[in-house]
Ligand binder design. Sequence first.
Ligand SMILES: [Zn+2]
Length: 398
Amino acid sequence: MISTAQLKPESQLARPAAHVIASIRGALPGPTLIILAGIHGNEPAGVLAAERVWLRMQERRAALRGEVVLLRGNTRALEQRVRYINADLNRQWTPENVRAAGLEPGTTEVSELFEQRELLTVIREAVSRARGEIYFVDLHTTSAHGLPFATVGDTLRNRRFALTFPLTIVLGLEEQIDGTLLEYVNNLGAITMGVEAGQHAAMTSADNHAAVIWIATAATGNFRREDLPELDQSRSVLKQASGGTKVVEVRYRHAIVPQDRFKMEPGFRNFQAVRRGKVLARDRGGEIKASETGLILMPLYQTLGDDGFFLVREVKRFWLTLSALLRKLRVGHYMHLLPGVRRDPLNENFLIINTRIARILPLQVFHLLGFRRLRWTGKYLVVSRRSYDLAGPTKFVF
Ligand SMILES: [Zn+2]
């Protein structure tokens, strides 16, 4: 959704430096960890956390390997404490949009186009300085209260990284939303994780984000554990806030548009258990009930947004282990040999599944094998194989 609010002239000057909270570069080579905070302007907790930790990190520079880059996302929206000015900055990172944004800036009234161009500049600079693997962590908060969690595009590399955090890991949330920055850098081969630290205005959200940043610097290898006195404290902060590591998958998304006049019933928290049939919200069509028993995620308690709520359920360790094994055996490369499954003639990483013929192959099977849902039109399900599931690119180009 793009509105045409007027941009002040001073907001139309490119100011990439406003996005850089700090970049701390160690003398030794090693991974680059990019932390992005506040891509939604009404989510300042990540920015507060980054501003809080960077000085101490700077003091430890002698022990740092590689580089840690702490970035602000939507700077103009952060100043005005709104989610976005004209358009959601975290929905416009499709390859086509990025290509267009990288071109010579024409005149635009859209604040987020400036933001996107500036972010492209600072991330490209960080990537060009990189001396190792690229990690990218995107810090968010939610309108509802509840436990913090991580959102992970399910490659084995992302999974391994995310499982080192004492957080609930949500699989399959990212495929519900197109054009996120995280998905974009993930597809280029970075190891990525999104974090929802709690409610927008809760004091604990900044604490949780600060803990995530410290743990991330150990998980990447930027700091050795013995050089990081903050590690134990950070782990216990997160563990206490989230209840420890577990994995859940998205089962249902309730998409909304403004005309629906969607209104969540009060009092739901992230990961609250709900039974099938429970009334969760209302819109102009009447009651909206839980389609299955599970846990509610991200119930919408703000005016902007197009997700009403999600339903998730726990994934047992057995399935994670099985899926890792099947992927290492590259089973996904042979799925097109099955009846009802064919390769997209235009892209060999896309599969088109006729769900009438291949009835026994629900979406979960493809998830297990490392595919991402692209769309579901009529009887055809289209999935794409995630790139860089087992190994990263030889050279990362942003
Ligand atoms: Zn957000």
